[in-house]
Design a protein around this ligand. Sequence first.
Ligand SMILES: *Cc1c(COP(=O)(O)O)cnc(C)c1O
Length: 373
Amino acid sequence: MIPFNKPYLTGKETEYITDAVASGKISGNGKYTQKCQKFFEEKFGFIKCLLTTSCTDALEMAAILIDIKEGDEVIMPSYTFVSTANAFVLRGAKIVFADSMQNHPNMDTSKLESLITPKTKAIVPVHYAGVACEMDTIMDLAQKHNLYVVEDAAQAIDSYYTGKDGVKRALGSIGHLAAFSFHETKNIISGEGGMLAINDEQFIQRAEIIWEKGTNRSAFFRGEVDKYGWVDIGSSFLPSEVIAAFLWAQLENLEEIQKVRTQHWDNYFKQLRSWAEEQQIGLPQVPEYATNNGHMFYLICKNIEQRTALIDKLRKQDIHPVFHYISLHSSPFYAEKHDGRDLTETDRFTDTLVRLPLFYELNPETVTKQIIS
Ligand SMILES: *Cc1c(COP(=O)(O)O)cnc(C)c1O
């Protein structure tokens, strides 16, 4: 049986957890939390990182930080996970859904400006499959219209964007804020887990306060204030040291994990290329400005019938591909609130995209053989 996902353990996770437990400090913001945050800041150039208990939490922190209020509009793709939208809806935002590109689920930036109104407060690009959105246009529009950009980089660890200026930047380092996920289905995992990356200094101090339940506890422990108390809204967004210790074992092996995942991706691509062409099935595309971080391998079928048949065929061999997302603009919760625009490309991906199993210990050939047979 080949599951869709199998969490990969590097072997050091329980050792570091034991160490964290033995240290006598297992609540948040201890040694392992600091190690992980520093790793990200140094490797990817984020100005400040804060671990969170999920990417969902990091997105909720971002919505608080940019002061989303009732009636503010936030632009994001419809083809995304529910948390991208929920984090802003929780603060009263109206979501304006952008359509996907024709050849990629990422938001189509060529039509973005027409969605901006005087009420627009932020753009939330989602780097689907870890492949960069076209960030130059997004950042230019944000600057022109005075908007914030929050990158949903849940799937985008160790992936890059090269802009017009020729500089290669890590995803999550371009927008004002970015959210990452370490859920067990992502490349680097801690069971549940996430991180807020801050690239605009104005947010650092307040982010720490929101992170620590609305108190200035972090500043207190650094000796910057002589007592700590309630200074703002906030919640319990920080993970325990047990989770950070697990995450540290993964981060130490980031390069190896990425090497293996991208190899699997390349093998899928090579082994399926001619079959896909014959069947008129689309393979994932990586634009020139983007890199591939081996997060996801998907197929784009001709229609829903072809996809259903393919999934059924593989399930019979005990191989478990999945499809997602059901477009948020037509979800039971949001359909009535959506402004009624047709999002044709988004709907097409909802009907035709299927994700193949992709995890460290996979041999892609066991899947591709069955697909082609
Ligand atoms: C996984 C994912 C999330 C949610 O991450 P959690 O850590 O489970 O909260 C949000 N957005 C996208 C695009 C994701 O893929």
